[in-house]
Design a protein around this ligand. Structure first.
Ligand code: IDP
Ligand code: MG
Length: 142
């Protein structure tokens, strides 16, 4: 079992397609073990995307990510990190495969509707950025 951090970005929240995006995860049999609405400050967005601090798009990206509410979720399932990346599609919605979330709901290479962790190490770090352990639902109960 793997876990990954998923974010529905401000563009998708404001367009009212959260439910449609969540439906994709449910249709794939992926389990949502935590979810909440968050409004990042510019500083928090900069910390979350610190790995991109030297990229030309860092300032614009962190402006965008702090421009409105986001929905953060922890997804759980077999190979969920790579499965989520596949369901999301390529970073640039124009290059994303038809049927992917970004192809359907993304606007441009920055406003691309969703975020997904890209490795187990990143997933652990990104989940801890938003959630403490007690917020992650334990699906199996005695
Ligand atoms: P990913 O989200 O597919 O993993 P990354 O390369 O990690 O893509 O970039 C993080 C985010 O930064 C992207 O999802 C997108 O919002 C933004 N981004 C990436 N490349 C560009 C670009 O060339 N111009 C503007 N924004 C970009
Ligand atoms: Mg990335």
């Amino acid at each position: 079992m793997e876990r990954t951090l998923s974010i529905i970005k401000p563009d998708a929240v404001s367009r009212g397609v959260m439910g449609k995006i969540i439906s994709r995860f449910e249709a794939e049999g992926i389990t949502i073990i935590a979810a909440k609405m968050v409004r990042l400050t510019k500083e928090e967005a900069m910390a979350f995307y610190a790995v991109h601090r030297d990229k030309p798009f860092y300032d614009s990206l962190t402006d965008f990510m702090s421009s409105g509410p986001i929905m953060v979720m922890v997804l759980e399932g077999q190979d969920v990190i790579s499965r989520n990346r596949a369901i999301m599609g390529a970073t640039n919605p124009k290059q994303a495969e038809a049927g992917t979330i970004r192809a359907e709901f993304g606007t441009d290479v920055e406003k691309n509707a969703v975020h997904g962790s890209d490795s187990p190490e990143t997933a652990t770090k990104e989940i801890a950025f938003f959630f403490s352990d007690y917020e992650l639902v334990k699906m199996a109960r005695p």
